[in-house]
Each structure stands twice: as C-alpha cells, then as structure tokens.
Design a protein around this ligand. Structure first.
Ligand code: NAD
Length: 316
C-alpha cells in the first residue's frame, strides 16, 4: 500500500503520475494543481488505462485528498519566460513553494518529500527552511537526471548496459555540476582502462581524459537540446523520479545522486546539492563519503558557492 501525491500536473507531474501507474509503484496516486481542470483531465486520462496496470486509484483533488501520503512529489512551477533571468524564475518558483508547503505539510507530515521543480537545489534548500520537517524526509531530485544522462552516454560509448556504468554527476543540477572522474568505473575497471579488458576493445573509441570535457558538456546541454527540439523535457526526468520513489519504498538502501542538506562534508555547509546518498524508507539514510581528488572537492565547493549566491538573493 502506498499513496503518492504529485503536486503540479504539468508535463513533468503528469508523466510521473503515468509512470507510477504503468510501473505499479503506487496503489493510490493523487494529482494536485492550481489548475484543477488540468489535474482532473490528467488523472482521468491516466486512470482510464488502469485495466492494463496493477490495481491502483488515480484521482485529482485538493490538499485534503493528499492526506497521509507516503510520498509527495513537488513539480509545480513556471518555466522560464523569454527575457527572464534564472534568478527571477527562482523567486517565482520559491513563491509557489511557499504557497504550497504549509498546505501539504499539514496533511502529510510523515511523507517523504521529493522536490523536482527548478532550480531544484535552491527549492530543496528553501523547503528545508520553511517546512519544519526533519532533514531525512526531504530529497531534491538533484542530479539524478544528469547522472542517468551521463550513464546512458557512457554506456553507448562502451557497448555495455548502463547498469554496469558507475558514474555520477555531483553538485548543482545546472551549469556548475561536474563528474568526479576519479570514481568512474565500467564493470569494475576505471573508465580509462576498461577498453583493455573489454571484449569490445576493437570498437571502443574512448581516448581517456581528453574526452571528459565533451561528455560533461553533453550532459549539461542535452536537456536544452531536448527543449529546443520538442519544447520540454519530461520522459527521462519522470522515469528518474519514479525510480527514486521505488528506492524510497525499499529498505535496501540505494545510492543515488540526490540533493541533500550539507553539513560540512567536503568543506560544504548550509546548502543543498547532489553527492551520493543512500535512499530508503526513511528518505535520506545518509551520505556516502567517497574519496574525491582535491580538484573535485574544489569543483563541489564552487558549485556550492554558485548556489549560495542565488540563495542569498531570494526571499523566503
Ligand atoms: N529536476 C529536474 O531534473 C527537472 C527536469 C525537468 C523539469 N523540471 C522542472 O519541473 C517543473 C515543472 O515542469 P513542467 O514542464 O511540468 O512545467 P508545466 O508548466 O508543464 O507544469 C507546471 C504545473 O505547475 C502548476 N502550478 C503552478 N503554480 C502552482 C501552485 N501554486 N500550486 C499547484 N500547482 C501549481 C501549473 O498549473 C502547471 O500545471 C519546472 O520547474 C521544471 O523546470 C525539473
């Protein structure tokens, strides 16, 4: 039995709800949106596929309908308008979060909260400050999507399943994110030596360190490429959030790059960004303190400083 509420029934929220339904992740899915008609239409459309899925209820409603949810996913927000700065958008979406937070926390105080709306690290930080909830209940989707973009890109290059690619994106879900390449392994080999052990050595074209920059640029710009080509990104992010929900529903403990509050780890404090953390039924069980090189630590600190600069300019 699991009840999942999705706040924001736009492209991302509705696709998450549909994925939760298709994958049998929840027994009850509630869609809440300021645009009640949109939430109603999306819930009805998804529910009418119910005969082909595991038994589940999908409905739209107000905050009361979200009472006692196990997981709440926040996807509400506005996209950036032409001429609007990222900072202006941050304030708009922070204001929406301020409107939502007391209403949902009142009815679902025990839920694990997953923040997806952008700028996700800033909103995760603000949610920590205004919700009054324990830290372990708050997870920013952070760089899960960037990490899956990285893993799928490397998987293609090495002719191997993404499941055998241990590579992660750390830092901000945004321009200052980076890959700690010292930790990147393919089927137990460091990325730069895997080719020598692989049966595909004759067709792997990986040149080593000189490839890092291009791969990171691809990860950072591919969301923009999708938006340019089709107007929005929602399939991959929805799949990543649906996976995150499954991890939250298991006691196994799954290592994911989620955005969590930092308390001096790697010299970073009082900001939310992504490092590897263990996720389970408690929400965030704790961070995995992998060894990073000095250069990687300073990249993480740079990412933290960029986020702190935005946070210092918004009102919450
Ligand atoms: N973290 C990630 O990896 C990632 C990836 C893609 C998109 N996003 C973010 O997800 C968010 C949603 O994107 P989208 O494409 O679904 O946008 P969208 O415009 O399609 O949907 C947003 C929805 O939020 C609703 N909303 C606005 N104010 C509200 C309020 N006060 N209460 C309840 N609902 C409200 C709107 O009515 C709309 O239906 C954006 O901030 C986007 O940047 C995050």
């Amino acid at each position: 039995m699991s009840k999942i509420t999705v706040i924001g029934a736009g492209s991302v929220g509705a696709t998450i709800a549909n994925d939760l339904m298709i994958q049998g992740t929840a027994s009850e899915i509630v869609l809440v949106d300021i645009n009640k008609q949109k939430a109603f239409g999306e819930a009805l459309d998804i529910y009418q596929g119910a005969p082909f899925c595991s038994p589940a209820i999908v409905r739209s409603g107000d905050y009361e309908a979200a009472a006692n949810s196990d997981i709440v996913i926040i996807t509400s927000g506005l996209p950036r308008k032409p001429g609007q700065t990222r900072l202006e958008l941050a304030q708009v979406n922070v204001n929406i979060l301020k409107d939502i937070t007391p209403q949902i926390v009142r009815v679902a105080p025990k839920a694990i909260y997953i923040i997806v709306s952008n700028p996700v690290d800033v909103l995760t930080y603000v949610f920590h400050k205004i919700s009054g909830l324990p830290e372990h209940q708050i997870i920013g989707s952070g760089t899960i999507l960037d990490t899956s973009r990285l893993q799928s890109a490397l998987a293609k290059r090495f002719f191997i399943s993404p499941k055998n690619v241990h590579a992660h994106v750390y830092g901000e879900h945004g321009d200052s994110s980076f890959v700690p390449w010292s930790l990147v392994h393919i089927a137990n080999n460091h990325v730069n030596v895997y080719k020598d052990s692989s049966p595909d050595r004759d067709r792997i074209t990986w040149k080593g360190e000189e490839e890092y920059e291009a791969i990171e640029q691809f990860v950072k710009t591919s969301g923009g490429q999708v938006i340019k080509a089709k107007g929005a990104t929602f399939y991959a992010v929805a799949m990543s959030v649906c996976h995150l929900c499954k991890c939250v529903m298991s006691t196994a403990g799954t290592a994911l790059t989620v955005s969590t509050m930092m308390h001096g780890e790697y010299g970073v404090d009082d900001v939310c960004l992504s490092t590897l953390a263990l996720v389970d039924t408690t929400g965030v069980r704790g961070k995995i303190m992998n060894h990073l090189t000095d250069e990687e630590v300073s990249k993480l600190q740079n990412s933290a400083n960029k986020l702190k600069e935005v946070i210092s300019q918004i009102t919450y």
